[in-house]
Design a protein around this ligand. Structure first.
Ligand code: TYM
Length: 333
């Protein structure tokens, strides 16, 4: 039986962090044996925020290196740069004809970007979800492993797929967000405000490239208070966040111990954070070291990207030929 198809991407802006790992990359690694996987660096998407041209290459290389350092095997999946697949912008153009200004303006991530960067409300930003849709549909993917923050974008991808199928005949399956647990993951930031992010909350975000002392410093600054005063009381959200992080990297024994001391009000948040810091260091350090070693080997990264692009173009070329035909772009033969 042929394997189900999976697509997901990571923007090449800034450094990858624990949210990217637990929301996306951990799933990539778990899916690589049982699915037909296409994972890519969304370098075109990163252009919406006008990165310095001299940084782009290193950013793309880092995303590749960090994915491999997390356990992704380029021999099992197609790992490629979005800009190496010209069929993606072609499909994006076709889909743009089916996407309406009004619906794009209502997307919360677009509104956030407008609020944060009122001087750079470009058309690429507005049509960001259309390009994402092209990324996914170009391989006819059914599953898209992403964090919670991308849920709405995948819902839009389903809408655009339906719209295309309705107008031109069934071509695309409807893609759904994927996570091995019941719900999509949102890794919270350490300061109790929102989620870990590549571009905001930098001091409250743990990056896969952070050195041990930086990790310790950031974790020790996590927001806590003077502790519970009533037995078995509900945790405030910022304490829940610290426990959520503990759940990601610590042993069951550690989690149970701190949960019990929280419930009987003997918890010392300093000890909790020290333990969390050490468990984070133990988790992140080997990834960081593997990624650094790989990043130093540019020819290896180029080989991964080239081979990934070859695999991805094969599938993309088939889809774009079908999409052209469905639309009626078929003038010869
Ligand atoms: P990006 O680069 O912002 O994030 C990459 C992946 O990491 C997940 N993520 C998180 N998950 C949990 N908690 C967090 N704090 C957290 N922060 C980030 C994201 O959900 C994502 O899965 N637009 C996308 C890239 C993209 C894409 C696609 C994804 C372009 N085309 C097609 C899927 C399919 C983005 O900017 O992700």
């Amino acid at each position: 039986m042929s394997k189900e198809i999976v697509v997901s991407g990571i923007r090449s802006t800034g450094y990858l962090h624990l949210g990217n790992y637990f929301g996306a990359m951990r799933n990539y690694v778990k899916m690589q044996d049982d699915y037909n996987c296409y994972f890519f660096v969304a370098d075109y998407h990163s252009l919406t925020t006008h990165p310095d041209p001299k940084d782009l290459r290193a950013n793309v290389y880092r995303v590749v290196a960090e994915n491999v350092a997390c356990g992704l095997d380029p021999n099992k999946v197609a790992l490629y740069a979005q800009s190496d697949i010209p069929e993606i912008p072609e499909l994006y153009l076709m889909l743009n004809m089916l996407a309406y200004k009004g619906e794009l303006e209502k997307v919360p991530t677009f509104k956030d970007k407008v609020r944060l960067n009122p001087d750079n409300v470009n058309a690429g930003l507005l049509t960001y979800p259309v390009l994402m849709t092209a990324d996914i549909l170009i391989h006819k993917a059914a599953h898209v492993p992403v964090g919670k923050d991308q849920e709405q974008h995948i819902e839009m991808a389903r809408n655009f797929a339906q719209r295309f199928n309705h107008r031109y005949g069934d071509l695309f399956p409807e893609p759904f967000p994927f996570n091995f647990g019941d719900t999509l993951v949102k890794v919270p930031s350490l300061d109790g405000n929102g989620k870990m992010s590549k571009s905001e909350n930098l001091n409250a975000t743990l990056f896969l490239a952070d050195d041990d002392d930086t990790i310790r410093k950031k974790v020790m600054k996590a927001k806590t208070d003077s502790g519970p005063t009533e037995m078995n009381s509900e945790m405030p959200e910022y304490i829940q966040n610290v426990f959520q992080l503990l759940n990601l990297v610590s042993s069951k024994e550690t989690i149970d111990t701190f949960t019990n001391t929280y419930n009987d009000c003997t918890i010392r948040y300093g000890d909790l954070k020290k333990q969390l810091a050490e468990d984070m260091v133990a988790f992140i350090a080997p990834i960081r070291e593997r990624a650094q070693a790989l990043q130093a080997d540019e020819s290896q990264i180029q080989k991964i990207l080239k081979e990934g692009a070859e695999k991805a173009r094969e599938s993309a070329a088939k889809t774009i030929a079908e999409a052209r035909k469905a639309i009626g772009i078929s003038y010869y033969g």
